[in-house]
Design a binder for this molecule. Structure first.
Ligand code: VAH
Length: 316
């Protein structure tokens, strides 16, 4: 039995649906502090849960005999800069609550996402290695570094089976992200279809590591299915697929929508983006559990535009 915390968010929404298709609707309990989209609410059990409240989580764990938790509740990088204390409380207390439930043997497996935001201005920017300097300059990054150390600690000390990936920017079309620095690469597709123009909050040559949602969801489920002995990294695996700049994604969109126009007006998020790597070396994930991505910028763009066009024509 699986519990997804943060199931109504950008990744939670698609992860829940994929888990339901793999393990069966009744075996995947979705939860969040707000309801999810129609598809999720209709396809299986849903519970309102505050992910920082251990008692509430335990009640659900017992009600459904949960064995695995995917913890997707978090405050992202840009929002966290404006609400540091709230971000720390949400990002840390939810993780510690779930780690404790595993330590106390209420559950036996945890997935927790880390991020390339664990890296900072002093980290090598290109092909950032698995083991390198982690001196983040954002509140979000600090919470992810601390979280990674907690995961490793609970594994070493109490044998907790916790697994983690350092996600790059995740690009989706079903649910929008909220409050991240990589959100532009989602917004741009919606704006391209709605008004054929987009004002980007990052500058044209800001290169960041990114990944299509389908790849991210597959990596997550794949990691959770690996035999424990094959998981060599217990803080968090580097994970990568593609990297591009706002200019490059705009050019790709123009192949489908020739009169699409992009303008640039960098804001405070530019500094966050500038502190992160441009590309990631994820060879350890590829070696240890055979990680492979499917989508590049071209195939991802074609897939998103095809799906959004379908969605817009339905809503007309
Ligand atoms: C953010 N999407 O922008 C997140 C992420 C790689 C960055 O973790 O905050």
């Amino acid at each position: 039995q699986i519990l997804v915390l943060g199931a109504s968010g950008q990744i939670g929404t698609e992860l829940t649906q994929k888990l339901r298709s793999v393990y069966g609707n009744e075996h995947v309990i979705a939860s969040d502090i707000r309801e999810g989209n129609k598809e999720m609410m209709a396809s299986g059990p849903f519970e309102i849960v505050d992910a920082t409240n251990k008692k509430q989580i335990l009640a659900i764990v017992q009600k459904y005999s949960i064995t695995q938790i995917y913890l997707l509740a978090a405050m992202l990088s840009a929002t966290a800069e404006n609400h540091p204390q709230k971000a720390w409380n949400l990002n840390m207390n939810s993780l510690l609550a779930v780690l404790d439930l595993a330590k106390e043997k209420h559950i036996n497996q945890i997935y927790w996402p880390s991020s390339i935001a664990v890296f900072g201005p002093t980290t090598p920017k290109e092909n950032t290695p698995q083991k390198t300097v982690m001196e983040p300059s954002t509140v979000y990054g600090i919470s992810k570094v601390a979280g990674e150390f907690w995961c490793d600690y609970y594994h070493q000390k109490f044998g907790v089976d916790v697994r983690s990936l350092r996600y790059p920017g995740i690009i989706s079309w079903k649910t929008k992200p909220g409050g991240g620095t990589t959100d532009y690469a989602v917004d741009i597709y919606f704006k391209a279809l709605e008004d054929k123009k987009y004002e980007c909050f990052l500058s044209e040559n800001t290169r960041l590591p990114m990944m299509y949602m389908d790849d991210a969801v597959n990596a997550t489920i794949q990691l959770m299915q690996v035999k424990p002995k094959d998981i060599k990294i217990r803080n968090s695996y580097n994970l990568s697929a593609i990297d591009f700049t706002p200019k490059e994604i705009a050019l790709e969109i123009q192949k489908h929508i020739p009169d699409f126009k992009i303008t640039y007006k960098p804001d405070f998020r530019q500094q966050i983006a500038d502190s992160w790597p441009q590309s990631i070396d994820d060879s350890q994930a590829r070696e240890d559990w055979n990680w492979q991505h499917q989508f590049d910028l071209k195939s991802m763009t074609a897939d998103i535009i095809k799906n959004l066009e379908k969605q817009y024509s339905k809503s007309l």
